[in-house]
Design a binder for this molecule. Structure first.
Ligand SMILES: C[S@@+](CC[C@H](N)C(=O)[O-])C[C@H]1O[C@@H](n2cnc3c(N)ncnc32)[C@H](O)[C@@H]1O
Length: 715
C-alpha cells in the first residue's frame, strides 16, 4: 500500500523482461555441470576486484544516492533435516540450478568477507576447489563482527582442553572487543563444560547481556530466568537485565513489575528509576492510547532512522473472519469520526531519507520480482532483511508476521531443527509483498510539502516502508471508514466516520480512480477485484456516459485555465459544465459518491474563496462534500448587514469518503462563514476541519500551527 511500484516505467520494465529471460536461460541448464569453471586464481581475483567497488558507506560519506538492484529468486520448498541426516558433497559435485538437498559441504574461508545483498566470501573445500559462498539476511556489520573469518571453518569445530572458566574469559574478551557473535559462542561453550552453579549463574548473566545487546530478547530472558532459578538471590544486575528483555519484547507491565521490585531492593539504583519512568510511559500508551504528539514529531525530526520509543495501542478493534476477503479488522464498540482505533509501532521499518539530510544517503533499492512480475523501488530488500533478522532473534514475536495473509504460499510445518528456529524467507517475502505499507517520514510534513504543488496530496507512493501487523488485517474498500497516518515508525489508524460496533474497517490499498485503473493494481499486487458499491456502479456505467463525464472534466479544466490566464471572473461556463457533469450521475452521491466530481467543485470553491465570494464558496464547498457522500445539515447562511440569518448550525448527518482535501473544504467553509458574519457556523466548520485533520495526520495538536492565521493553506 502506497509503495513505489515502477513496473510500468520503460527502463524497469526492460530490466524485468531481461531478468525473466536470464532466469529461463539459467533454468535450461538445470542439472548440468558448469561448462567453463574458472580457476581458483580467477575466482579470487574477481572477488577482490568486486570488493574495491564504491560502497554504500562511501556514498554516505559523500551524501550521495546509492541505488542497488536485488532480485527475488523463485521460491522453493525448504529442506529441514538435522545435520546428522545429511551426507557430504564436494564443490566439484555441484550442479547448475540444483538444490543439493540432503547434502553438506565442509568449507574454509580463503578471502576477507564482503557484503553486497548477502554476506559473501570465497571458500575452499577439502580438495582445494574454490567457490563463492553467499549468506543472506545476516546481521549488519557494525553490530556484529564478520561472519566469515579468513582461514576459519564455515562450520566451526570444537576446540578441546578449555575449561568453563577459560571459555568464560574468552567470552568476556570477545564482548569487550565488540565481538557479540564470538562472545555468545564462547559462553555457550563454557556452559557445555560442566561449570559450577556459581559459574553457571555468571555465564548466563553475561550471555544474557550479549543477547540484550544483539536484541535477542527471548534468549536473554531464558538465560536470566535460568540464572535466577540456579541462584535465587535476586541481584540488581539480573533484575535490570530482565526488565530490559521485557521492554524489548514489548511486555511493559512485566517490565514495570520487575523494576518496582528492583527499586524496592535497591532504592539508590538511579538507572532503575529512569528505566521505570520510561516503562510506565510505554504502559500508559499501550493501555490508554495517549501520546504526546509534539514530542513524537520532535523525535521523528531528530532520529535517523526515525525509530520512536513508543508503544503500540490496540483500541476497540479485533480480527475476525471478513465478508470481504479472508480475515478483517472489526470494531468492538461504536466509535466516532476521528477516534483512535489503533496506534501501532512497526514490526520492522526501513527508512529512506528522501532529503538525504543529516549525512544519510538516499539508500534506495530496486527490487525485481520476476515471479510476481513487479519492480518496486524503495527500501523493500532492507525491510525483508530486518523482518527476518528480528523474527530469528525473537521467535516469540515471529507469529505476528507468520499469521499475516500469505496468498497461496504454503509454509513448512516445522519450528526448529538442531535447536535453531526454522524461518522460511520465501514466506516472509510473500507476506511482505502482500502486507507492506509505503510511508512518509510524517504524514503532516509530506502533506505540507505537497500542497504547494498540487491539491492531490494523498495517494503518494513512498520509498520508506514498513510492516504494521495489526493494521495489515484491514481490507480494501473504496468508500473507506478508516485511514492511516505516520509519525516516524508509528502508524495511527482513526475512524473516518461514525462506525457502529461489529463493523469491518476498510481503507484504500489503491485510491479509487474514474478509469478503474485501481482495479489493475488491486488484482496485480493483491490478487482481488474490488466489488464495492462504487466499483460495481462504475462497471455498470455505460462507456458513453463515462466518456461524456471525462469530456466535461477536460472542458472544466480548460475553462479554469483560461480564467486563470486572462484574469476574467466570468465563471458561468465553468459552472454550467459542472452542473452538466453532475447530471451524468444517475444515483444520489449519498448512495454512490461522485469521485470524479468533488475535486472540480472544491477547485471552484477555492476560486470563489480567493475572490472573497463567500456564498458561492459555501455552495461549492458543500457541493464537494455532498459528492464525497457527506450528508450535511444546515450550513447555508443568508447574509444580512449585522449577522447572517438562516441556518445557524452545520452538522454532518452522514459521513462520506475521507480524502485529505476535506480539511481544506471545511476551512474554506469556515472562512466564508466568517465573511458572512456567521461565527457559530464558522466554529462548527472548524470543528469538522479538526476532525478531518486528526484523521489524516493522526493528531490535531498541530492544527493551529498548521493553520496559523486560520486561513486555508490553499487558495
Ligand atoms: C493485507 S491483506 C488483508 C487481510 C487479509 N484479508 C487476511 O485475511 O489476512 C490483503 C489481502 O486481503 C484480501 N482483500 C483485501 N481487500 C479485499 C477486498 N476488498 N476484496 C477481496 N479481498 C480483499 C486479498 O486477498 C488481499 O491480498
Amino acid at each position: 500500500m502506497n509503495t513505489h511500484n515502477v513496473s510500468d516505467q520503460p527502463q524497469f520494465f526492460q530490466h524485468l523482461t531481461e531478468q525473466k529471460k536470464k532466469l529461463r536461460d539459467a533454468q535450461s541448464l538445470k542439472g548440468q555441470r558448469p561448462p567453463l569453471k574458472p580457476g581458483r586464481e580467477t575466482i579470487m581475483k574477481f572477488h577482490y576486484s568486486l570488493m574495491s567497488r564504491p560502497k554504500k558507506q562511501d556514498a554516505a560519506a559523500e551524501k550521495q544516492s546509492y541505488l542497488s538492484t536485488s532480485f527475488v529468486p523463485p521460491p522453493y520448498p525448504l529442506y529441514i533435516q538435522p545435520l546428522s541426516a545429511l551426507t557430504k558433497i564436494m564443490i566439484s559435485d555441484l550442479l547448475l540450478e540444483t538444490h543439493h538437498r540432503g547434502r553438506y559441504l565442509v568449507l574454509r574461508t580463503v578471502t576477507p568477507q564482503d557484503r553486497l545483498h548477502g554476506v559473501m566470501a570465497i571458500v575452499e573445500d577439502e580438495r582445494g576447489d574454490v567457490s563463492l559462498l553467499q549468506l543472506y539476511h545476516q546481521e549488519e556489520t557494525g553490530a556484529f563482527e564478520d561472519i566469515f573469518v579468513q582461514g576459519g571453518a564455515v562450520i566451526a569445530t570444537a576446540e578441546t582442553g578449555f575449561t568453563a572458566a577459560a571459555w568464560k574469559t574468552k567470552g568476556n574478551d570477545c564482548f569487550n572487543s565488540g565481538k557479540l557473535r564470538g562472545a555468545i559462542e564462547c559462553y555457550t561453550r563454557a556452559l557445555d563444560c560442566s561449570p559450577t552453579a556459581n559459574e553457571q549463574t555468571i555465564i548466563k548473566l553475561n550471555r544474557a547481556l550479549v543477547f540484550l545487546r544483539s536484541e535477542s530478547f527471548n534468549a536473554a530472558l531464558l538465560d536470566l530466568e535460568s540464572a535466577m532459578t540456579v541462584n535465587t538471590k535476586l541481584t540488581d544486575k539480573s533484575l535490570f537485565r530482565q526488565a530490559q528483555a521485557f521492554y524489548g519484547l514489548l511486555r511493559y507491565r512485566e517490565c514495570c513489575d520487575v523494576l518496582k521490585t528492583l527499586r524496592q531492593a535497591y532504592p539508590d539504583n538511579a538507572a532503575a528509576k529512569t528505566q521505570l519512568d520510561r516503562a510506565i510511559c510505554r504502559l500508559t500508551e499501550q493501555t490508554h492510547g495517549r501520546y504526546k504528539f509534539k514530542q513524537l514529531y520532535a523525535e521523528a525530526e531528530q532520529l535517523r532512522p526515525p525509530y520512536l520509543d513508543h508503544a503500540t495501542y490496540i483500541g476497540p478493534v479485533c480480527v475476525r473472519p471478513s465478508g470481504i476477503g479472508g480475515r478483517g479488522l472489526f470494531t468492538t464498540k461504536a466509535v466516532a469520526a476521528g477516534d483512535l482505533l489503533l496506534c501501532e509501532k512497526a514490526f520492522a521499518y526501513a527508512f529512506v531519507d528522501e532529503d538525504g539530510e543529516k549525512g544519510n544517503t538516499r539508500d534506495i533499492s530496486v527490487l525485481i520480482d520476476p515471479v510476481a512480475d513487479t519492480v518496486t523501488m524503495g527500501a523493500h530488500p532492507e525491510l525483508i532483511n530486518m523482518t527476518i533478522r528480528k523474527m530469528y532473534r525473537n521467535p516469540s514475536l515471529a507469529s505476528a508476521v507468520t499469521h499475516l495473509h500469505r496468498g497461496t504460499y504454503e509454509p513448512v510445518d516445522s519450528a526448529s531443527v538442531d535447536g535453531t528456529p526454522v524461518l522460511d524467507s520465501f514466506l516472509v517475502r510473500r507476506i511482505i509483498a502482500l502486507n507492506v505499507f509505503g510511508c512518509p517520514l510524517t504524514s503532516r510534513t509530506s502533506y505540507l510539502r505537497n500542497i504547494t504543488h498540487t491539491l492531490q496530496a494523498q495517494n503518494h507512493e513512498f520509498h520508506s516502508c514498513g510492516l504494521w501487523p495489526t493494521a495489515s488485517y484491514i481490507n480494501h474498500g473504496c468508500t473507506n471508514n478508516a485511514t492511516r497516518a505516520f509519525i516516524g515508525d508509528m502508524m495511527f489508524v482513526r475512524a473516518t466516520r461514525n462506525i457502529p460496533p461489529d463493523t469491518e474497517l476498510t481503507w484504500w490499498y489503491a485510491p479509487p480512480a474514474d478509469d478503474m485503473t485501481h482495479q489493475d493494481s488491486l488484482r496485480k499486487t493483491w490478487g482481488f477485484s474490488c466489488r464495492c458499491a462504487l466499483c460495481v456502479d462504475q462497471q455498470n456505467t455505460p462507456n458513453s456516459v463515462l466518456h461524456r463525464c471525462n469530456a466535461l472534466r477536460r472542458e472544466f479544466h480548460r475553462l479554469m485555465e483560461t480564467l486563470k490566464r486572462t484574469g476574467n471572473r466570468d465563471t458561468k461556463n465553468a459552472e454550467r459544465v459542472l452542473a452538466a457533469a453532475a447530471a451524468t450521475y444517475p444515483r444520489p452521491p449519498s448512495e454512490v459518491p461522485r469521485l470524479s466530481l468533488w475535486r472540480l467543485q472544491l477547485t471552484m470553491a477555492g476560486v470563489f474563496a480567493q475572490w472573497v465570494q463567500p456564498l458561492k464558496t459555501v455552495d461549492y464547498a458543500l457541493g464537494a462534500l455532498a459528492s464525497l457522500g457527506y450528508v450535511v445539515e444546515g450550513g447555508v447562511p443568508v447574509p444580512s448587514p449585522r449577522r447572517a440569518v438562516g441556518s445557524s448550525m452545520v452538522m454532518v448527518r452522514e459521513w462520506g469518503v475521507m480524502v485529505v482535501d476535506v480539511i481544506d473544504c471545511w476551512m474554506f467553509l469556515r472562512e466564508a462563514y466568517l465573511h458572512l458574519l456567521a461565527p457559530d457556523l464558522a466554529a462548527g466548520a472548524e470543528g469538522y476541519a479538526r476532525i478531518a485533520y486528526r484523521v489524516y495526520f493522526g493528531e490535531d495538536e498541530t492544527f493551529d500551527e498548521t493553520f496559523g492565521d486560520k486561513k486555508p493553506v490553499l487558495g
